[in-house]
Design a protein around this ligand. Structure first.
Ligand code: C2E
Ligand code: MG
Ligand code: MG
Length: 662
C-alpha cells in the first residue's frame, strides 16, 4: 500500500478549486450584469469540476501507478481484458527472437500480468532440472523445483518489482540436484509496461550460478596432473609448441626435452599397492621440481613418465651443458624412497633431446622417445641416453619393420621349418621336430626369427603370429600322423605374452579340435622366464595342459633364472640345454662341468634332456658319454622345410613300441 496517491490529491485540489470558484458565481451575477463576463466564468468553473471528476491523469514524475498486490493465482480471464500468449506472440511476430531464445545458454520466462500465465523456454526447464515436456504455464512449476525458502524470496522479489517497476535478481537452490554439490540458478526479471505505465508483463532469464572456487579448480586441473600437481601432457605439448616456434624464429634459442621413466613401475604397483605407486609418483615429481629452475616446465606425460623442458640453454652444439642438469635430476630421483618404514629403491631411465634440426613438436618428442626406448632396452637401463641421429634411424627402421610384420601376418608370409630331434641311443631314431618360424620375403629370402620375434613380442604382434604358427604346426603334425608316423611330436615355441593370455588354454584346445590332432603329438616350448612369470597361474595352466596329454619343455635352460626349486613344482617333461653351454663342452672344463650338472638335474628330476645346437662329433661324443640321449643341432640336420622334413622322417622314424626306452 502506498501512503500518497498523487492523482487523488490533484483531483481533490481541482475539485476544491471548482467548488471555491463556483461559490463566487451568485455574487458576480449580482454585482455585474455583463453577461459576456458571467457566462465564460461559469463555463470555466463547470469545466474545472468536470476535469476534476472524470479525467484520468497522466504519470506524475517517474512514479507510476502499480497494482497494490499481485495475485500469483491467475484471475479468471475477462472479455474486457485482452489476453496475451507470449509464446504465440513470439512465434507470430518475431521468429528470429524465438530462435535466439532457443540457442541461448540462458533460460527465458515471461509472466503476463493480465492473464497470470507464465511461459518457460525449454532451456529454462532444463536449467531447473525439469522435463521440458512437463512444463506448465504457471509459477507452480517453479515452486515445485526450488527450495521453499527460495520460493518465498522469489515471490517477494516479483511483487516488489511489479510495484516499483524495477529489475530484480534472486539466487535459488534446485531441489533435484543430481550431484552431491548444491546446484543453484539465478532468476532475474524486468517489468515491461504499456503506454500508460501499467505493468503488462515481466520478462526474465534463468542462468546457472557459477561457483568460482569450483571453476578455478576445474581450470587448475585442465592443465595440471591431479596426482602430482605438475603439468599434464596436454599442457606440456602446448608449451613445447611455443618453445619450438620461438626456436624457429630465434636460431640462438636452445632448449632440451628430458624424459624420465620409472623402471618396473608396474612391479611397484603389484608388489606393494597402488597407493604406494601413487606416493612414489608424488615423491618423484617433488624431487624433479626441487632440482629444476623455476623457468623449466615439468609435466607427467604418461603413467610413469615425466618430462622436463629445460629452457634457454647457452649452446646448441654440446650436450655437456645439459648433462649436469639431467644428472642432478637423475641422482635425486634415484635416492631410496621411505615407504611404510622401509627403503624402496627405484631405478629411472632418462633420455634427452635438444632442439637440433627439429621444426615441430612431433620431431623433438620422437627424438626423445626413441632415445628413451633405446635406454630402456639396453643392458644398462636406468641410465641417461642422449639423442643422436642413429637412434632415430633405428627407431624408424623398427617402426617400418613393425608395419611390415603386420602386413606379413595378413599375407601369410610366415612359414615353418622343422629341425629334427634325434635319439642317439636308439640308432639315431627321430624323436620329434622343433617348429621354427621363418619370414619368407620375396626379395630377401628367409628372414631369421631373431630379427622379428623380439619386435613381435614388444608390439604384441606375437599373439596373432603365434596363433598362426600353432595352427600351421598342428596341421603339419596331423599330416605326418596320417601318413603313419603316429608317434611323431612337434614342438612349438610359445612366448611369455602368449602364455599369459587368459584364452590360451581354450585357444589350444580349439586348434587341436579343429585340426583333429592328438595332444600327445604336440609339445610346447617355453623359456624359464615364461615359466616363473605369474608362477601360480602358470602352474595351473601347465597342469591343465599336461592333463590334456600335451608335453611341456623348458627352452634355453640355464640362461634364465638360477632358482631350480620351481622345476619340482612344475608339471614339465623336458629340459632343453641352451646351445651356449654345448658350444665348448669338448674343450672348456667349466662348460663341461655345467653340462654335466644340467644332465644330472634332468636325471634326478626324471626329465628328458635335449642338448641344443650340437654341431660337432666331439660335442656329440661328450654328451653321449655323459648320458644325454636327445640331440638337436646342425650335426644331424638344420631346420628343414616340410617336404625335406618328411624325407628325414621317412628315413629315421621308428615307432615307440618297436624300441624300448633306455
Ligand atoms: P630356440 O627355440 O632355442 O631355437 C633353437 C635355435 O637354435 C634355432 O634358431 C635353431 O635354428 C638354432 N640351432 C639349432 N641347432 C643349431 C646349431 O647346431 N647351430 C646353430 N648355430 N644354431 C642352431 P632360430 O630358428 O633362428 O630361432 C631362434 C629363436 O627364435 C628360437 O630359439 C626361438 O626362441 C625363437 N623362435 C623361433 N621360432 C619361433 C616361433 O615359432 N615362435 C616363437 N615365439 N619363437 C620362435
Ligand atoms: Mg625352442
Ligand atoms: Mg632354445
Amino acid at each position: 500500500m502506498r501512503l500518497f496517491d498523487e492523482k487523488k490529491i490533484l483531483r481533490f485540489l481541482l475539485l476544491f478549486a471548482g467548488v471555491f470558484f463556483a461559490a463566487f458565481i451568485p455574487e458576480i451575477i449580482q454585482s455585474s450584469h455583463n453577461v459576456a463576463f458571467v457566462v465564460p466564468y461559469a463555463m470555466a468553473d463547470v469545466f474545472l469540476i468536470i476535469v476534476a471528476i472524470t479525467y484520468r491523469f497522466p504519470i506524475i514524475g517517474s512514479r507510476r501507478k502499480m497494482r497494490d498486490d499481485v495475485d500469483l493465482v491467475p484471475p479468471p480471464p475477462t472479455s474486457a481484458l485482452p489476453t496475451r500468449d507470449f509464446q504465440k506472440d513470439l512465434v507470430e511476430k518475431d521468429e528470429l527472437f524465438q530462435m535466439m531464445v532457443d540457442v541461448s545458454s540462458s533460460g527465458f520466462w515471461t509472466f503476463d500480468v493480465a492473464t497470470g500465465k507464465v511461459y518457460w523456454s525449454q532451456r529454462a526447464a532444463k536449467l531447473l532440472l525439469a522435463d521440458p515436456l512437463k512444463v506448465d504455464d504457471s509459477f507452480d512449476f517453479l515452486k515445485t523445483h526450488i527450495l521453499e525458502s527460495d520460493w518465498l524470496r522469489f515471490k517477494d522479489a516479483l511483487n516488489t518489482s511489479l510495484e516499483n517497476g524495477e529489475y530484480f535478481s534472486v539466487r535459488v537452490s534446485l531441489l533435484q540436484s543430481a550431484s552431491a554439490n548444491e546446484q543453484r540458478v539465478q532468476i532475474t526479471g524486468n517489468v515491461q509496461k504499456n503506454e500508460d505505465g501499467r505493468p503488462v508483463r515481466i520478462v526474465g532469464a534463468i542462468n546457472e550460478c557459477i561457483d568460482h572456487t569450483t571453476s578455478e579448480k576445474q581450470n587448475f586441473y585442465a592443465y595440471r596432473d591431479a596426482l602430482t600437481g605438475v603439468y599434464n601432457r596436454k599442457f606440456f605439448l602446448e608449451k613445447l609448441k611455443i618453445d619450438v616456434d620461438v626456436a624457429l624464429q630465434r636460431p640462438d634459442y636452445v632448449f632440451a626435452v628430458a624424459l624420465l621413466d620409472i623402471d618396473s613401475f608396474g612391479a611397484i604397483n603389484t608388489s606393494y599397492s597402488i597407493n604406494v605407486g601413487d606416493s612414489v609418483l608424488r615423491i618423484v615429481a617433488d624431487r624433479i621440481k626441487a632440482q629444476c629452475r623455476p623457468t623449466d616446465t615439468i609435466a607427467r606425460i604418461g603413467p610413469d613418465v615425466f618430462a622436463v623442458v629445460l629452457h634457454n640453454l647457452q649452446s646448441k652444439d654440446s650436450d655437456s651443458e645439459v648433462l649436469p642438469l639431467v644428472r642432478r635430476i637423475h641422482n635425486a630421483v634415484k635416492m631410496p624412497v621411505q615407504i611404510e618404514g622401509r627403503d624402496l629403491y627405484i631405478s629411472v631411465s632418462m633420455a634427452v633431446a635438444l632442439n637440433r634440426d627439429v621444426d615441430c613438436v612431433e620431431d623433438v618428442m620422437a627424438n626423445a622417445t626413441a632415445s628413451l626406448r633405446e635406454m630402456k632396452k639396453s643392458v644398462n637401463h636406468g641410465g641417461i641416453q642422449f639423442f643422436s641421429g642413429g637412434i632415430r634411424e633405428k627407431a624408424m627402421k623398427l617402426y617400418k619393420l613393425e608395419f611390415e610384420i603386420r602386413r606379413a601376418i595378413q599375407a601369410q608370409e610366415f612359414v615353418l621349418m622343422y629341425q629334427p630331434i634325434v635319439d642317439i641311443t636308439k640308432g639315431n631314431r627321430i624323436a620329434g621336430f622343433e617348429a621354427l618360424v621363418r619370414w619368407k620375403q620375396s626379395e630377401q629370402g628367409y628372414i631369421s626369427p631373431a630379427e622379428f620375434i623380439p619386435i613381435a613380442e614388444d608390439t604384441g604382434l606375437i599373439i596373432p603370429m603365434g596363433a598362426l604358427i600353432l595352427r600351421m604346426a598342428c596341421i603339419q603334425a596331423k599330416q605326418w600322423v596320417d601318413l603313419g608316423f603316429e608317434d611323431i611330436q612337434v614342438a612349438v615355441n610359445f612366448s611369455a605374452k602368449q602364455f599369459a593370455m587368459d584364452s590360451m588354454l581354450d585357444d589350444i584346445k580349439k586348434v587341436l579340435l579343429e585340426t583333429n590332432l592328438n595332444p600327445r603329438n604336440l609339445k610346447l616350448e617355453i623359456t624359464e622366464y615364461t615359466a616363473v612369470c605369474e608362477a601360480e597361474k602358470t602352474i595351473e595352466i601347465m597342469k591343465a595342459l599336461s592333463n590334456m596329454g600335451l608335453q611341456i619343455s623348458i627352452d634355453d635352460f640355464g640362461t634364465g633364472y638360477s632358482s631350480l626349486s620351481y622345476l619340482k613344482r612344475y608339471p614339465i617333461h623336458t629340459l632343453k640345454m641352451d646351445k651356449s653351454f654345448v658350444d665348448h663342452v669338448a674343450e672348456d672344463e667349466e662348460d663341461a662341468a655345467f653340462a654335466r650338472m644340467v644332465i644330472g638335474i634332468a636325471k634326478s628330476l626324471n626329465l628328458d634332456l635335449i642338448a641344443e645346437g650340437v654341431e660337432t662329433e666331439e660335442q656329440l661324443n661328450f654328451l653321449k658319454d655323459e648320458g644325454c640321449r636327445l640331440i638337436q643341432g646342425f650335426y644331424f640336420s638344420k631346420p628343414l622345410p616340410p617336404e625335406l622334413a618328411l624325407g628325414y622322417l621317412k628315413e629315421h622314424y621308428k615307432p615307440v613300441d618297436s624300441v624300448c626306452r633306455s
